[in-house]
Design a binder for this molecule. Structure first.
Ligand code: SF4
Ligand code: SF4
Length: 107
């Protein structure tokens, strides 16, 4: 047992990446927040129907995505490649509910 511990279990070292002190670069196939080009949106609401968790809504302001609900599945971008792209953005923590609403205004 003592020999096992001596072999490195108690050795100190860097176990994970030093995030957030240094920026994290997501791996290649990583999918983050959907981003909507409001000018390309014709308000057809196909994205609203496609979203499995009701994270998208169409409002007077534009296309609204709730980052509290979104599971980054990409279904919205699949039904609307002209206006929705999946980004690599993942730093979405917020201190208020209002900040969990992403509104992409119609052009
Ligand atoms: S973002 Fe695309 S799918 Fe959603 S309402 Fe606009 S045009 Fe339709
Ligand atoms: S990525 Fe998925 S969960 Fe997020 S808004 Fe689009 S369809 Fe909804």
């Amino acid at each position: 047992m003592f020999k096992f511990l001596k072999l490195g279990v108690l050795k100190k070292g860097v176990q994970t990446k030093p995030y957030p002190q240094e920026p994290a670069v997501p791996y290649g196939a990583f999918i983050g927040l959907p981003v909507v080009d409001g000018a390309a949106c014709d308000r057809c609401s196909h994205c609203v129907s496609a979203c499995p968790v009701q994270a998208i809504s169409l409002t007077e302001e534009g296309v609204e995505i709730s980052t509290a609900r979104c599971i980054f599945c990409g279904d919205c971008a699949e039904v609307c490649p002209k206006a929705i792209k999946m980004s690599r953005e993942f730093e979405l923590a917020a201190t208020s509910k209002e900040d969990l609403r992403m509104v992409y205004r119609h052009g």
